[in-house]
Ligand binder design. Structure first.
Ligand code: GAR
Length: 212
């Protein structure tokens, strides 16, 4: 039985999809905790209602600057490790992480990013895809490394960008696929189906890592 710790900053709809799939599909795993850096994150209520331990490590209590960032990450790591995680899942966790933190969870921390990486790391991905005239957009699940929104790609989801799309229409289309892709990727990890080969991630049984 593997322990999964999920980090959120807001709504937590990807976290919800993972919680439901874990229970509904009988994964060899349990959601050990949901942790937020924001006390008002909407997803905390869902986790509590499902009997999942929750914790808040409020980044605002640490102030600003490099020392504050390092202190926040150290405290977050202490709280996460209190739940003995086999896997840490970033699900809409909106923090830039220090190399010490990402190194500690190397090979056992996943992130979902709402673009087809390596295009559009950072914020406002859907708006940037529309403004760039992209005909496709999507989301990526990847192992977390020290470089923001990089790291070996586990799965990608692709949707069309339609004429007349605004940011919210495109975000909604992508999010539907995120809710299919992220639970699958997490399940592959807990079932030991993934192999990292350099910069690539392969599924041992050759299952498709592309969601359309
Ligand atoms: C998701 O679209 C996720 O891809 C994105 O935030 C949203 C969170 O929604 N993540 C990032 O932008 C990370 N840089 P949720 O809280 O409903 O899962």
């Amino acid at each position: 039985m593997k322990n999964i710790v999920i980090l959120i900053s807001g709504r937590g709809s990807n976290m919800e999809a993972i919680v439901k799939a874990c229970a509904g599909e009988g994964w060899p795993a349990r959601i050990a905790a949901v942790i937020s850096n924001r006390p008002d994150a909407g997803g905390l209520a869902f986790a509590q209602a499902h009997g999942i331990d929750t914790a808040v490590v409020d980044h605002k209590a640490f102030g600003k600057g490099d020392a504050a960032r390092a202190a926040f990450d150290a405290e977050l790591q202490r709280v996460i490790d209190g739940f003995s995680p086999d896997l840490v899942v970033l699900a809409g966790f909106m923090r830039i992480l220090t190399p010490g933190f990402t190194g500690h969870y190397a090979g056992r921390m996943l992130n979902i990013h709402p673009s087809l990486l390596p295009a559009f790391p950072g914020l406002h991905t859907h708006q940037r895809a529309i403004e760039s005239g992209c005909r496709a957009a999507g989301a990526t699940v990847h192992f977390v490394t020290a470089e923001l929104d990089h790291g070996p790609i586990v799965a990608q989801a692709v949707v069309p960008v339609l004429d007349g799309d605004d940011e919210s229409a495109l975000a909604g289309r992508v999010l539907k696929l995120e809710h299919r892709m992220y639970p699958s990727a997490v399940r592959w990890f807990v079932e030991d189906r993934l192999v990292i080969e350099g910069t690539r991630v392969l599924h041992r049984a050759g299952e498709t890592q592309l969601f359309v």
